[in-house]
Design a protein around this ligand. Structure first.
Ligand code: HEM
Ligand code: ISQ
Length: 154
């Protein structure tokens, strides 16, 4: 399937909207991951020792922003090149980090669901099925690249 200009625009537009409220969004994203999969708590170094999701943790926020930004970047690449290519150094680092943290393939569906719910909640009435599909496709391709790298790193 080809990724259209329209799909790219939907991703970019919604990300521009979401950026304005990134602090809250990061928390929401994270909280949703833990709602779906409470056991994931133990994998994140910045959560392991706290009772609840820390409200003002710079690492949490920075990581969450990266996930959104990388997915957004994937959408741009999908439209421009028809595929997602992650910078090699970034990819090998992320492969290693995720393997080391105990992440396995099925976890990617959890993060995807949380990402989608977060976007949906953030953009409100601007949300559409088409927008969801565009983010989903960009995420899936990015996830595939990371998963492949994790097999190399394992
Ligand atoms: C760390 C991105 C999927 C769990 C990170 C970091 C990034 C990232 C950017 C920070 C690395 C660093 O700078 O140290 C992504 C992207 C994903 C993805 C783009 C999907 C496309 C997942 C999944 C899980 C997961 C499915 C499982 C629940 C973690 C954990 C860490 C991490 C446990 C280490 C956090 C810490 O203890 O510092 N991820 N991730 N990630 N990610 Fe992901
Ligand atoms: C790291 N990897 C995947 C999802 C995340 C969400 C919030 C913070 C860090 C993350």
């Amino acid at each position: 399937a080809t990724f259209t200009e329209k799909q790219e625009a939907l991703v970019k537009e919604s990300w521009e909207l979401m950026k304005q409220n990134i602090q809250e969004l990061s928390l929401h994203f994270f909280t949703t991951i833990l709602e779906i999969a409470p056991a994931a708590k133990g994998m994140f170094s910045f959560l392991r020792d706290s009772e609840e999701v820390p409200q003002n943790n710079p690492k949490l926020k920075a990581h969450a922003v990266k996930v959104f930004k990388m997915t957004c970047e994937s959408a741009i690449q999908l439209r421009e090149k028809g595929e997602v290519v992650v910078q090699e150094s970034t990819l090998s680092y992320l492969g290693a980090v995720h393997v080391k943290s105990g992440v396995i393939d099925p976890h990617f569906e959890v993060v995807k669901e949380a990402l989608m719910r977060t976007i949906k909640g953030a953009v409100g009435e601007k949300w559409s099925e088409e927008m969801g599909c565009a983010w989903g496709e960009a995420y899936d391709q990015l996830a595939a690249a990371i998963k492949a790298e994790m097999k190399q790193a394992a």
